[in-house]
Write a protein that binds this ligand. Structure first.
Ligand SMILES: Nc1ncnc2c1ncn2[C@@H]1O[C@H](COP(=O)(O)OP(=O)(O)O)[C@@H](O)[C@H]1O
Ligand SMILES: O=C(CO)[C@@H](O)[C@H](O)COP(=O)(O)O
Length: 502
């Protein structure tokens, strides 16, 4: 009998499920898209039931359309968009739409955390309190929706909610727990000190599990709903960036990952919890037991390109649009874009800054704008790489994953803007692959994730920096880097005005 594991990649734009065999060969894939709701500036929400239905439909299609036999599916694990708050009542029912990682309404709560705990907060959690994280969202609900708060008995993160419905058991894995900033990264447990300081009952924090731990099996009711068998084992899974790093083979410090999904991420493997970036970068538990990673996040990476396409280039697909942008000259005829469409996280923790096009010229066409968007997103990654430089951290290879890594033009552009070798994967499903690997190791198919990576992770083409182009992008980056300081006050004033008109 064939045996498969399923990796569920619960992204912001869609859920993608991939079935893999013992050799790491992808035998079937399905995906299902859902909406993002942005009712006010800074708000970003999704309905957890959309994730559940999307995941279930996609799994169902693996069985009905791709012919996978349910009894052949031995294990399932997850990669999930991080930080999103799913609030549950005493019956485990969802109390309000989930507030996502790119929801920035919580500036006031972040300031309150900083005032009350200062540097101690970073010592405990490894992180500054930023708008996207879960604790500020809990505090926002407590302050603004007291009737909902009164009913709240526990919280979960996005993929943990889907796993909960599958297994009937609530749990959060360590890699996602660090992203709540309610977690003590050195003691490896929920922080009583932080919970007490902010009036979060410890009983709201679910049990912690490792990414490769079995969380349970499929319940009778979920088996009826999905077509799965109750014998399928369900494993913890991890935050999407931890899983992306596993699936991209980032298992030692000389490599970093760049991910262009809805968000953009530069991530570095860290062997212990002791490197201190003083909150300039996020510090999280890895999905690989007892290891860590640091990362910087551009809030609107793929999201910026997606916004541009849906607003101005509706009738073309991404590949056609990006290929036309590749034909425009380097620097898009003098146009520079900053991707702060929903505020920014790294290096500027600024919820109120917004993006700009600088250098608009009547000789530019639509595809110059697309090119500027792609270049601007990539410059924002260079801002993150600069932080690693400043901390004396060096590496030689960047492994690129996410939807943006589908484009050879963008992979070469990353190599030129970073001045580093950029390597692609033969399949860009980094986080989904990582999730499937967690199930494969959890099932005992391999002794370790490292052993599994030897079979499952396949590097594709390497893109080398081209020295003449590197020089030009260096010059352009210097100008890009000045835009934040020169536009932030304008952005903040516009935001104040918008809010006063609401
Ligand atoms: N062919 C393509 N070329 C370049 N970029 C692409 C292409 N297809 C998708 N993208 C980018 O990838 C993004 C989606 O990436 P993905 O990793 O699937 O996101 P998420 O996991 O957040 O749902 C899109 O918003 C778009 O910007
Ligand atoms: O906030 C973060 C990481 O801290 C984001 O990276 C989210 O985890 C969402 O990821 P994508 O949907 O872009 O994969």
């Amino acid at each position: 009998m064939n045996e498969y594991v399923i990796g569920v990649d619960l992204g912001t734009s869609a859920v993608k499920v991939s079935a893999m065999d013992h050799d790491g060969k992808i035998v079937a894939q399905q995906s299902y898209g859902y909406d993002l709701h942005q009712p006010h500036p800074g708000y970003s929400e999704q309905d957890p039931r959309d994730w559940l239905y999307g995941t279930t439909i996609a799994i169902d299609r693996l069985i009905l359309r791709d012919g996978l036999k349910a009894e052949e599916i031995k294990g399932i694990s997850f990669s999930g968009q991080m930080h999103g708050l799913v609030l549950l009542d005493a019956d485990g029912q969802v109390l309000r739409p989930a507030m996502l990682w790119n929801d920035t309404r919580t500036t006031k709560q972040c300031e309150e955390i900083k005032e009350k705990m200062g540097e101690k907060f970073i010592d405990i959690t490894g992180n500054r309190a930023l708008e996207g994280f879960t604790l500020p969202k809990l505090l926002w609900v407590k302050e603004n929706e007291p009737e909902i708060w009164a009913k709240a008995k526990s919280f979960l993160l996005p993929k943990d909610y889907v796993r909960y419905v599958m297994t009937g058991k609530q749990a959060i894995d360590y890699s996602d727990a660090t992203g709540t900033v309610l977690f003590d990264i050195k003691k490896n447990t929920w922080s009583k000190e932080i919970c007490d300081e902010f009036g979060i009952p410890m009983s709201m924090c679910p049990p912690l599990i490792r990414s490769i731990d079995e969380a349970g099996t499929v319940t009778d009711s979920y088996a009826m709903f999905s077509g799965l068998k109750t014998t399928t084992k369900v494993f913890g899974g991890g935050g999407d960036n931890a899983c992306g790093a596993v699936g991209a083979g980032i298992l030692k410090p000389n490599m970093v990952m760049s991910s262009i999904g809805t968000s953009g991420v530069i991530l570095k493997y860290e062997p212990d919890a002791n490197v201190n970036y003083h909150g300039a970068l996020q510090y999280e538990c890895h999905a690989i037991p007892d290891t860590y990673y640091s990362m910087g996040v551009t809030l609107a990476a793929g999201h910026s390109l997606n916004w541009f396409k849906h607003t101005f280039v509706k009738d073309e697909d991404f590949t056609a649009m990006v290929n036309k942008a590749a034909e425009r000259p380097l620097g898009a005829n003098g146009l520079i874009f900053t991707p702060y469409l929903v505020g920014e996280r790294t290096p500027y923790a600024d919820a109120d800054v917004r993006g700009s096009f600088i250098g608009v010229d009547s000789m530019q066409n639509k595809y110059d704008f697309v090119r500027a968007v792609i270049e601007g997103i990539t410059f924002s990654f260079r801002d993150i790489l600069k932080i690693y430089d400043q901390h004396g951290q060096d590496f030689d290879t960047v492994v690129a994953i996410g939807g943006g890594a589908k484009s050879a033009f963008w992979l070469q552009l990353q190599a030129n803007i970073f001045n580093k070798k950029v390597v692609s994967l033969t399949n860009e499903q980094g986080p989904g692959l990582g999730a499937a690997m967690l199930a494969a190791v959890g099932l005992g198919w391999f002794d370790s994730l490292q052993a599994c990576a030897k079979k499952f992770v396949h590097f594709g083409k390497a893109y080398e920096p081209q020295s003449e182009i590197v020089k030009k992008y260096d010059e352009l980056y210097k100008i890009y880097h000045r835009i934040y300081d020169q536009t932030k006050d304008l952005s903040h004033d516009i935001m104040k005005l918008r809010n006063s008109w609401d």
